[in-house]
Ligand binder design. Structure first.
Ligand SMILES: [Zn+2]
Length: 167
């Protein structure tokens, strides 16, 4: 009798697992088409992402989170033109560095500033990235998740939608 009970439990468990699998597949297929339309790699640049605009004066600490763009901007704390888009990076030893970016109008990296080092071209003479660990010379790795920001088109669509849904 207890053997039968165990078999019954096993059968129920298998059914539950099966149902969960079907639900997972259905959810995946329902979400998949939406996902592919939101991924447009050719039109995405740094300007599609939020950045912590940070004051390059190490004694200031002024910061503002907004869409990445060409810098500089006025620091909200010291009032100087020292606010640039920045992201956190880490070396292979886990040590973190703030890396500032000077982008051109197309969102391409022009110059970078790593921690307390001076600004330098973002690429060396061979076209390789210069975002390297000041201590080891190894490439630094992004230490924060990309935060997608709405494009101007998406924002316009959102505003239109909001205006239309006003009573
Ligand atoms: Zn400042």
């Amino acid at each position: 009798m207890s053997d039968f009970g165990a078999q019954k439990r096993k059968l129920i468990l298998l059914c539950v697992v099966g149902i969960l699998a079907v639900v997972a597949i259905l959810r995946y297929t329902a979400l998949a088409p939406e996902d592919t339309t939101s991924i447009r790699p050719t039109t995405r640049t740094a300007f599609n992402f939020l950045s912590d605009w940070t004051c390059t004066d190490p004694t200031c600490g002024g910061q503002e989170t907004k869409v990445a763009a060409t810098g500089p901007d006025t620091c909200p704390k010291c009032g100087k033109q020292t606010l640039w888009p920045s992201f956190r990076f880490a070396g292979s030893d886990g040590k973190e560095y703030r890396v500032w970016f000077n982008y051109d109008e197309k969102g391409k990296q022009r110059e970078v500033k790593i921690g307390n080092e001076p600004w330098k071209p973002a690429r060396d003479e061979n076209g390789r990235t210069t975002i390297l660990d000041p201590a080891t010379g190894d490439p630094l790795i992004a230490a924060e998740q990309p935060r997608h920001a709405m494009s101007p088109e998406e924002e316009a669509t959102m505003r239109e939608y909001e205006a239309e849904s006003q009573p």
